[in-house]
Design a binder for this molecule. Sequence first.
Ligand code: 13P
Length: 335
Amino acid sequence: MISLNESLKQTAQALVAPGKGILAADESHPTIKKRFDKFSIADTEENRRAYRDMLFSTPGISRYISGVILFDETIRQKHSNGAPFPKFLADNGIIPGIKVDAGTVALPNFPGEKITEGLDGLRERFAEYAKLGARFAKWRAVFTISDHTPSEYCIHANAHALARYAALAQEASLVPIVEPEVLRDGQHDIARCYDVTTHVLDRVFRELHDYRIQFEGMLLKPSMVTAGEDASDAPVQQVAELTLRCLRDTVPAAVPGIVFLSGGQSSEAATAHLNAMNKLGNIRWQLSFSYGRALQDAPMHTWMGKTDKVGAAQKAFARRAELNSLARTGKYSGE
Ligand code: 13P
């Protein structure tokens, strides 16, 4: 029997401490360019650094944010006070994390499906990231809903990669965040999303179990059960009930927390859905957030790459973080 790594358990619990959630600021180069392009912000290395600097320096943000997921470039950059970002965050009571997957590529022989790359050399990369100050990690797999997808093979291949990543993360004493994202693209209804998400999570947890992952020392980052982006929205209450039902059927009680991605929902919808779930009560895990866009859309739009907008952008970020913190206890009552 492998003994339980207490420090993994403590870090996982700290990441989902009451009232707190995670900021996903780990956009890869192509993704941050896409986000910046939307607001005509020049995608330069200094702008990427200044933007993250603005977010991380937000006064009082550690009241709501427990951890930040960084990208490879960002973990090596410095705050304007000269401290490397991981040290700056840790000094301010925020746990630094790192995205370690290398993104998705087409899955050969399975048109329209993706496999996540990045396992080669991962043990060595974990050792380096641990030295740079990372205490947790993230790996994202994606599943596309259509009439004939996701295929069993795509689910199996991605679940296997997630499990091998999680094992390597725990070996390096980093808490793995396991992110199987069922994409919202498509016209499917919420019932189809429920069926696919339940099946995917069931397979992912079987694989994690077979790879001897310590459930107490990991977090799950799933998508919510919603209707497809091109279908009409399901009511908030239905999203909350079906998401919880799906999680109850698939996620072991030993997992300390579930931290949702926002997946292109509006910032308001992501907060309302989390709130409705926590309001239902009788939940065996901490139910929290690890949002990218739902936390960043407002501050990025305010910032626009301008130094004189830093204060206003930080206010916009703090506001979204506070509202999501309220949603952790079901006390959010609208904007
Ligand atoms: P979104 O909340 O924008 O979906 O980003 C979360 C994330 O980390 C995706 O990998």
